[in-house]
Design a protein around this ligand. Sequence first.
Ligand SMILES: Nc1ncnc2c1ncn2[C@@H]1O[C@H](COP(=O)(O)OP(=O)(O)OP(=O)(O)O)[C@@H](O)[C@H]1O
Ligand SMILES: [Mg+2]
Length: 381
Amino acid sequence: MSKEVSPFGFGQVASGQSFVNRERELDKLALNFRSNLHTVLLSPRRWGKTSLVMRAAQQFEREHSRHRVCHIDLYNVYSEDEFYRLLSKALLKATSTKMEGWIKNATSFLGKLKPVIKVGDSMQEFELGFDVELKEDDYQEILDLPERIAKDQGLKIVIALDEFQNCTRFNNALLFQQRLRAHWQHHKHVSYCLYGSHRSMLMELFEKQSMPFFKFGEVIYLQKIAPEHWERYVPARFKKTGKTISVELVRKLLDTANNHPYYVQYMSHLLWTKVPGGSEATEEQLTDAMTELFQHQRPLYLHLMDGLSPKQVNFLRALMKGEEELSSQKVLRKYELGSSANVVKIKEALERKEIIDTAMGELMLVDPLFGTWLKTDFFKP
Ligand SMILES: Nc1ncnc2c1ncn2[C@@H]1O[C@H](COP(=O)(O)OP(=O)(O)OP(=O)(O)O)[C@@H](O)[C@H]1O
Ligand SMILES: [Mg+2]
């Protein structure tokens, strides 16, 4: 049996040698982190936000012994209380590596909240709880915790908050954002990096004048990685494992993957599995890789379509046909979309399902290969 290991990774954070370029973005983040400036990083799903922030964080911590980064992921956080607990825990963890340190910091900075720390068997992990019900005052205390710890211990702290858009599902989401902003704007030793996908929702949070996070920090719209970087990376990864691929074929691969970072890695991996050791990738193998990818994705896409109403399906059909005036009488009639008010509702529903998103006023499918599949398979003429 072959003991080969794929040189490509998808679905996990890109790190080490699997991390491609992003030099400019890394420089920007490093500067903001060092200067205690805040950053808002936005992109559609799977373009590489988490990988980028993780890499920048790693470099920042290596840069100076007093630099610390605290990672919080709002992926499965549903309440404000849970957020404060996570923030406290992540801070204790980032500012001390030992059990004694966690307990000491918890007692000296959070003593009032009666913190309870349960250390795991390995002594590397712990759970944090509070023996009191958190109240307004306690929220304030926890929000200022990063600044207090940073000052007390002579640290520069970065708080990286992934999937930030999820805070909109908290009860009183607006009040929550107001609290955060009111405290964070006074912090001098802490830099906040808020990031996430679902552009339309995040743009609402950061670009609407009436919202608390308006002009909070530098807003970066992450772009895709430029083709020339993949054109160097993919052949180098093939070469490392004794296989080759021409730049022309990489370009074709980039085209079919719509230059989408996740799909470039995924397609490269599938293609790589089809190339025997010591040989060069062929166009037929690329076609096979593409077919395999759609075989993997098909059940998922069918499931997505199953969850849509007939009008939502018709809307996607119109979009895939390249109709631009989706609310015009002609399109409404041709695709049986109901009224133009109905189209607004359809759009909102599809956005909530993360099927479409609007960026710079342009409607797009979040998953570009879903679009390819709709055109070539589902809505096949
Ligand atoms: N700089 C990079 N170099 C190489 N591959 C990358 C890079 N950035 C992203 N990728 C590819 O894209 C995938 C998704 O990256 P990542 O999870 O960082 O994106 P994300 O924007 O945080 O996604 P999500 O919106 O789902 O949270 C990675 O698993 C990897 O395959
Ligand atoms: Mg992510």
